[in-house]
Structures are given as C-alpha cells and as structure tokens.
Design a protein around this ligand. Sequence first.
Ligand code: F6P
Length: 345
Amino acid sequence: MQRIGILTGGGDCPGLNAAIRAVVRTAAGRHGWRVVGFEDGWRGVIEGRERELDRAAVQGILHSGGTILGSSGANPYTEGGIEEVRAALERLDGLVVIGGDGTLGVAARLAEEGYPVLGIPKTIDNDLAGTDRCIGFATAVQVATDAIDRLHTTAESHDRLMLVEVMGRSSGWIAIHAGLAGGADAILIPERPFVLEEVAEHLRRRHRRGHSFSIVVVAEGAVPAEGTFELPPYPLDERGFPRYGGIAHVIAPELERRSGYETRVTVLGHVQRGGTPVAEDRILATRLGEHAVTLAAAGRWGRMVGVRGDALTDVPLAEATRTRSVPEELYRVAEVFFDHGRGWR
Ligand code: F6P
C-alpha cells in the first residue's frame, strides 16, 4: 500500500479543504492508499507534525473555508529544515503540495532533486503561470463583486466617489474581474499604470453626463504612471516582497481634490480570503485534487496540475514560480466602460 503526504502552504483561501478531500478520497477510494496530512505547510514537515487523513477525517469539509491542516509560509531552503523535509520524503511514496508560488517553489526544487512531489495551485491572486485558474480566485472575485454591488447603493444615495481596494499583489486579476462584474466606473491595475489626473477627468466627465456617483476599483498593487504621482514605499515581507495594502487611502484625498467629489474608501482585505468557497472553487479544487492523484498513480511526479480553458492540464512544477499578468485583451473589454491611464505596461 502506498502512503502519500499532503500539505497546504502560504496564504489560505477558500477551496483548500475541497482539494484535500479530493486527494484523500481519490487516493483512498480509488487506489487504497494511505494519506498523511502535514500541519502548517512545510513547517509541519520539518517538525514532524503529521496526522492520518482517512475518509472520516475529510467528511463534511467540502464547503468549509480555510484549511483543516493549517498553513504557513515556511520555506525549508531559506529558513532551515531541508534535511528534515528530505528525510520525511524518504519515508513517503510521494507528496502533494497545495500552494502558491512560494510553497510550490520549494516543491519545484525538491522535484529537481528527484523527490516525488506534485503541486496544486491555489491563490486568490490567480497569478500563477501554468494554469488559467487557481483555487480561491473565484470566491475572492465573488466577495469583491458583492461588495461593489453594496457600495453602489450607498454611493448613489450620497453622490459619492467610492474607492474599493482589492487584493492581488502585483497582478490585477481580482480587480479586473470584480470590476467588470460589478460595473465599476474605473479599474486601476498594476499592469496598466494609472494617471490620477486622467482618472479624475474621466470621473468629472461622467458626472457632467449626469451620473451623481462613481465606483473605482483599485488593485492593491496598482502603480501610477512614472513621474505622475509618488506612492510611499511598501514595507517588505519575510521573502522581500512588498506587503501591499492601503493604496486607496493614499490616492483618495488626491482624487477628491481633483474631482471635487466627496470620497470614501473601502479596503476589502482578508474578507476576500475567508469563508465558504463558491461552487466554481469547490469544483476546480475537486478536479485538481483528483488529477494530482491520477498523476501520482501514473508515476508522473514533478508536475503542477492546472486548467487551460475548461480542460485539466499539468506542467512542470518549475512553471509554478512564474507569474501571469492580466492580458491586455481583458483590459480592453473593461476599457469600453471607461478610459484613463497611459499605455500598457
Ligand atoms: O497572496 C494572497 C494575498 O491575499 C495577497 O492578495 C495579499 O497581498 C497577501 O496575500 C496578504 O498576505 P497576508 O495574509 O500575509 O497579510
């Protein structure tokens, strides 16, 4: 009987439990394998914190948010513990790693060393190359869209300009999708540097045409066009990447001054990552979990599962560390409904 491990690493998101359930049910039900779950990402592998995951252990978790295994951004290569990880892998027939670029980056290096590892992509940011969709994205978009819908009514009552800041790190996937779905009047994404004066002029034009309010969706990683506006520097996280959050508060007073409209800010933050996964995330996570175990059974290690269009695919794990930006074509669709900014980055 084979024995495989599973872990969830990095920032959590809705749909992780659906993926864990799918891996356990496919491994146990279809192949008769045993599955051990490591707690808190790579940290649990280093510290030997593991528990048996049988059918009963994954009962009733399909619809629950978070992860029953816990998560962390631990990286055994940079923080120490890689020998313990190698030793744990020697005791297993394989390991399924559910994570974003950081967690899967570790998996990619282990695969390079010849260890039997597979990756499942999750991040609300949806920015991993090698898949069109990551677990958690659909739910984050739905949460942001619901928020925009709610902000519409209060914006209209008070003739206000509403800025809604959404997550996404240095990609604008959540912003562009939620902005399109929620009918935003402007969407600021990192891939398209914005010019505040042009955004303000667009809003003034809109109000001149008789609209009394506007909704602007701001991706947390949005950037001003060079030389047009200075953002204060972001603090760096433990991996040396910017810790985003708060850009809407920085640009709100400027937009209020330039447009003349009373402005309010809503930063959605971690609410986008919490709670029940929408149906699309549950289905994606279930398909990816099943596909990972199918690859394991075929001995096809070193891959990250994903989707292209509606079809399941898999790519070398190394692809997981490359990021994917919003394509210009998608922004062009949004642009039908507004026009500001200065060229594609
Ligand atoms: O990568 C997912 C994400 O939610 C980003 O959108 C956001 O910038 C970051 O994680 C927040 O990280 P933390 O949970 O460490 O504050």
